[in-house]
Design a binder for this molecule. Structure first.
Ligand code: SAH
Length: 350
């Protein structure tokens, strides 16, 4: 049993079952035993790999898209260049390297990172040591200025709640105890549930998820963009409306029971984009494969391949395929761009 499992069992014994959102929050961000607080989960030695860690091409192309969006909006200066949940800082580092040649972009950018984990903040500081980034705790704390923002696999790490529609009404799925171990159960019938389309359309027996912090994050960014201008790229795995239980645990690159190793496995859920776009003044939405292709990943991959041979060339080709192919990350991952009303479609979208 993990140390955090002991703490949670004691808490549930004393005060009763907790929501899936509370469980996720404790597992990911508990100050002593949380997954993001205690470890650096990315890469071959960790539990999962993300697009910027797979290939430098990801951050380069996203970076040039953001720089082009900034040019398209009249090169406002100064502006906030923000990232939510930067992990090791690789995406921002690749973005900044690729955009070096864009006149005025770097001197106007106030690089600001929203990161909850002190440990990952230190890793980001090392990766971005030449760039003097600033950190804030919340989106609301970003400086008031035009905002150009990226977030890769941020929304999927935010805590979801789960609800089940039974003949007698809606229940919330809770984490409680069975025979002294953590186990899922259901609350009493609820007087009300969130008002997103998935709830309106749920059939009897359906399990429906709600990611309130994701809705709040997109709303806060959309509010800034409506007020000051800018553009935001959200990249995440999921779909328009997933349906069903999508809570998943990954430990050492293998699926794990979400209740088995609290604090020692990564917990995420599919992102439903339908309730998020309702909050944007204007948006564009497509698969990661389609967006990266429009941004020119094939030409960039060929260019990089020229300097490579043998095993390095093979792994470069594999990374290209992994990011774009429909059977890999290409269609499971989606890109949502949020822009101001009346703005032209952002780079990467038709
Ligand atoms: N974007 C990175 C890392 C994704 S993992 C990549 O693509 O590799 C999720 C990141 O979000 C981690 O950096 C984690 O510490 C951070 N995070 C999770 N919940 C957060 C919250 N509530 N506020 C700020 N950062 C959070």
């Amino acid at each position: 049993m993990t140390p955090l499992a002991r703490i949670l069992i004691e808490r549930i014994r004393e005060t009763g079952p907790i929501t899936v959102a509370d469980y996720m929050t404790e597992c990911l961000l508990h100050p002593v035993h949380g997954y993001y607080t205690t470890r650096e989960p990315f890469g071959a030695a960790g539990d999962f790999t993300t697009a910027p860690e797979i290939s430098q091409m990801f951050g380069e192309l996203v970076g040039l898209a953001v720089a082009q969006a900034w040019l398209d909006r009249g090169s406002p200066a100064p502006f906030v260049l923000a990232e939510l949940g930067p992990g090791r800082g690789t995406l921002m580092a690749d973005l900044l390297r690729a955009s070096r040649g864009v006149p005025g972009f770097h001197s106007a950018a106030r690089v600001t990172l929203v990161e909850a984990s002190p440990r990952l903040r230190a890793v980001q500081a090392a990766t971005l040591s030449g760039q003097a980034p600033a950190w804030v705790d919340r989106i609301e704390d970003l400086p008031q200025a035009p905002l150009f923002l990226i977030a890769n696999e941020f929304l999927d790490a935010l805590p979801i709640r789960q609800f089940q529609r039974n003949p007698e009404g809606w229940h919330e799925r809770l984490v409680g105890l069975r025979d002294g171990a953590l186990a899922f159960g259901l609350s009493a019938v609820l007087p009300q549930v969130p008002e997103t389309p998935a709830f309106h359309h749920a059939a009897e027996g359906a399990l429906v998820e709600d990611n309130l912090p994701a809705r709040q994050a997109v709303a806060a960014v959309a509010h800034r963009i409506a007020r000051h201008g800018g553009a935001a790229y959200w990249i995440d795995y999921g779909g328009w409306r997933s349906g069903g239980d999508t809570l998943q645990a990954l430990r050492r690159h293998a699926p794990d029971d979400p209740l088995a190793h609290p604090g020692e496995a990564d917990l995420t859920a599919h992102v439903d984009f339908e309730p998020l776009v309702a909050l944007a003044p204007a948006f564009a939405y497509d698969t990661q494969g389609a967006v990266l292709t429009r941004l020119g990943i094939d030409a960039r991959a060929d260019r990089l391949a020229r300097g490579l041979g043998g095993a390095r060339l093979e792994s470069h080709r594999a990374a290209h395929r992994r990011l774009t192919h429909a059977e890999e990350m290409g269609s499971l991952f989606k890109v949502l761009a949020v822009t101001s009303a009346g703005a032209p479609p952002p780079p990467g979208f038709a």
